[in-house]
Design a protein around this ligand. Structure first.
Ligand code: SAM
Length: 303
């Protein structure tokens, strides 16, 4: 098992503030990120993963680059850019995107979505799902796994509502680093502090000896989830449409044209009547889309 990194899940840096660990290396304070270099790297980030880094994010980018400069032994940003440009294997690009993405998440984050699932969706699966087909849920930017594991716990707690047909969760993210942590399902005790005690006891194993202070998600929950690296900027190639898509707290990093394209792609891979959940700070107001508003941060495919 891989120990989660200290500080995981804290400080999302979305406001451009420095984040924990940014200045803890020798290069932390001492290298320049010129305007031209910033603009080159920001365009690369936009092209690769849709994340829009405005001028206000220069310090954030500089702080995040420090990790990669240190890991690759590059002496300055220019050398690192050359390294990225000559990266035939794609390995450094993946590592670069791993440090660029903001991964803040929590168990039971924005709980109204899970209440909606329990109160409105699960009791009406006969209308939403075709025949006896299984319920398919996609956690489309799952970060370190808290969102899909919350979904799995909620499903397990309401098993009679879907057991006959079955249910599965696809969890995807761009970052290989967070996907590895999600798959391991190992969390420091303080990360699970807000999970209701009965659920914690039921669905997590307490670590012992060198794992003291950690818990691990039990296998019955882990096996409900399939993980996959997926860039939301790519075309989607799913065999079957989803009944529910969670895409929360990632669209805030995209500009409006990118959000519009993404919402349209989500619409296309939802069943008629299927739901898209977005973060509560990411209303789709102001962008063109063909989904119906169901309630704040919940949208529905109509046709
Ligand atoms: C702030 S986390 C949100 C996690 C979870 N959905 C939640 O609301 O708690 C945003 C996640 O989006 C992922 N992400 C950013 N750009 C992406 C892209 N183009 N494709 C897929 N995932 C992306 C990041 O790696 C990060 O894990």
């Amino acid at each position: 098992m891989v120990r989660p990194r200290p500080g995981q899940g804290t400080g999302d840096g979305a406001n451009g503030a420095p984040f924990p660990g940014a200045l803890d290396c020798g290069l932390g304070g001492g290298f320049q990120l010129t305007e031209a270099q910033f603009s080159k790297l920001a365009s690369l980030v936009y092209r690769l993963c849709g994340i829009h880094l405005g001028e206000g994010k220069r310090e954030l980018l500089r702080a995040r680059l420090a990790k990669r400069l240190r890991a690759t032994g590059c002496h300055d940003v220019q050398q690192y850019i050359e390294r990225l440009e000559g990266d035939r294997s794609g390995h450094e690009l993946v590592c670069f995107l791993d440090v660029i993405t903001t991964n803040k998440t929590d168990f039971f984050r924005e709980p109204k979505h899970f209440e909606f699932l329990v109160d409105e969706i699960l009791p009406r699966l006969d209308k939403l799902c075709h025949g006896n087909e299984p319920l398919r849920i996609w956690s489309a930017a799952c970060s370190t796994g808290e969102e899909p594991y919350t979904l799995a716990m909620v499903l397990m707690e309401h098993r009679p509502l879907w057991e006959r047909r079955g249910a599965g969760i696809l969890a995807s993210d761009l970052s290989t680093k967070v996907l590895e942590q999600a798959q391991n399902g190992v969390y420091a005790q303080d990360r699970v502090a807000d999970i209701p005690r009965p659920l914690l006891t039921k669905y997590f194993q307490r670590g012992t000896n060198r794992w003291a202070g950690y818990v691990r998600v039990r296998p019955e929950l882990r096996k409900m989830i399939q993980y996959r690296r997926l860039n939301l900027m790519d075309n989607f190639d799913f065999d079957k449409p989803f009944h529910v898509i969670f895409c929360r707290n990632v669209m805030i990093y995209f500009d409006k044209p990118t959000q519009e394209r993404l919402v349209e792609k989500f619409r296309a891979c939802l069943v008629p009547g299927g739901y898209l959940m977005v973060g509560h700070s990411e209303s789709l107001t102001g962008i063109h889309h063909r989904l119906a508003f169901a309630r704040p941060a919940v949208y529905r495919r109509q046709d």
